[in-house]
Design a protein around this ligand. Structure first.
Ligand code: SF4
Ligand code: SF4
Length: 386
């Protein structure tokens, strides 16, 4: 019997309960054993060289490799054993399903892990709560949806310290929840000791989204066999747009507390320029990602996670749209209304950061760091290319 067929038979013979793996992890294990014999996709991304360092795949290995996968789709479209072949090898889909499980199982507090599974509802409730809160507060201050123009002074409605306290508390909780979740993941995947070189390489891979280049530089597969760099580019617009918005808030905070320069700032000021550039990035990136998501090949990824993907993209889009609209209308009688909408959306985004799609960036970064550490260690099997 062909070696691959033997492996398929062995893997199918292992019931998930016998290995201690969940059904979805068992499917990744089955597929990885086939891939380990085939190795056609070795140059596509970090998953395959990391895989070749192992002959057996325990739960921690599967969690690590699942989060190392960027879901670029290349290994699905290149695979001679992909469906409808009887081996039904679909690496990106199997990895995506396990990733969804890992986000929930490493969530902090653990009881909140279920929010990932019902993420569409979670985002909808957070958005409704955020909008209701800030619309009611605005109505209390201004007495109506429209008011006498306030020369772009947001703090005439919400004092700076009130906003700093509210958003600082929610963002602080989101940061804490994500840190504690990824810390447990990090411990369980036993990363080893990090060198400066490994850290710098991983940071470079994260910042460039290196593994969305398909391994050949031409990009991912999205809807079909054609390669496209658009997914990488739209991720960059989103990621750097998000960072620029953060930088704008950081600079405005320094202006306020250190320099004693309260808002509103001129259109030519650094906080407004950074915020505008970030807002445009957060408009182009999520719009493009939503378009790609809608066209995505049905065999790529996990259909059950589409509400989570699209909910997060929608929140990012609403954040940039409402922020740019607020900037454009800040000198008008509608400033309070648009301020309430923008703050409500941002609050919903922050509230759902630790329990939605944002988590993929954190867990993938941790896996990329482990890979940069691992590839520098001697390969005990001496079978891989790294
Ligand atoms: S995805 Fe398919 S072609 Fe690629 S290594 Fe696995 S079995 Fe081979
Ligand atoms: S989908 Fe892309 S990133 Fe994931 S394992 Fe396949 S080639 Fe690697």
């Amino acid at each position: 019997m062909h070696m691959l067929e033997q492996l398929v038979g062995q893997a199918r013979g292992l019931a998930a309960g016998e290995t201690g793996l969940t059904e979805k992890e068992g499917e990744v294990e089955r597929i990885l054993k086939i891939c380990n014999a085939c190795r056609y996709c070795e140059g596509f991304c970090a998953v395959f060289p990391a895989m070749t360092r192992r002959l057996e795949f325990g739960q921690a290995d599967i969690h690590y490799l699942a989060n190392l996968c960027h879901n670029c789709g290349s290994c699905l479209h290149a695979c001679q054993y992909a469906p409808p072949h009887e081996f039904a090898v679909n690496v990106p889909q199997a990895m995506a399903r396990v990733r969804g499980e890992t986000y929930a199982s490493y969530a902090w507090p653990r009881a909140f892990g279920g929010l990932y599974q019902n993420n569409g509802l979670t985002v909808a409730l957070a958005l409704a709560a955020g909008l209701a809160l800030f619309l009611v507060l605005t109505l209390q201050v201004t007495g109506g949806l429209l008011h006498a123009p306030l020369a772009g002074n947001f703090y005439a409605i919400f004092p700076h310290n009130t906003l700093a306290l509210m958003f600082g508390a929610v963002f602080g909780f989101a940061g804490l929840a994500l840190s504690l979740g990824v810390r447990r993941f990090w411990r369980e995947i036993s990363p080893g000791e990090m060198s400066g070189e490994a850290g710098a390489e991983a940071a470079g891979n994260v910042l460039q989204l290196k593994y969305l280049d398909g391994g050949h530089g031409q990009g991912c597969n999205n809807a079909d066999d054609a390669f496209t760099l658009l997914r990488r580019r739209f991720h960059h617009f989103t990621f750097y747009g998000f960072l620029l918005c953060f930088a704008a808030t950081g600079v405005a905070t320094l202006y306020h507390y250190l320099l004693g320069l309260p808002a509103p700032y001129a259109l030519s000021s650094l906080p407004v320029l950074l915020g505008s550039a970030g807002g445009i990035g957060l408009l182009i990136g999520p719009a493009g990602l939503l378009w790609l998501n809608l066209k995505r090949h049905p065999l790529q990824g996990d259909a059950a996670q589409k509400p989570m993907d699209r909910g997060f993209i929608a929140l990012l889009l609403l954040t940039s749209l409402s922020g740019l609209a607020l900037l454009g209308l800040r000198d008008t009688a509608a400033m309070g209304l648009f301020l309430a909408v923008h703050l409500g959306v941002v609050m919903a985004l922050f509230l759902t950061l630790p329990y939605g799609k944002f988590a993929h960036g954190i867990f993938r970064s941790a896996s990329l760091l482990k890979w940069s550490i691992e590839k520098r260690l001697p390969n005990k099997l001496q079978l891989g290319s790294e």
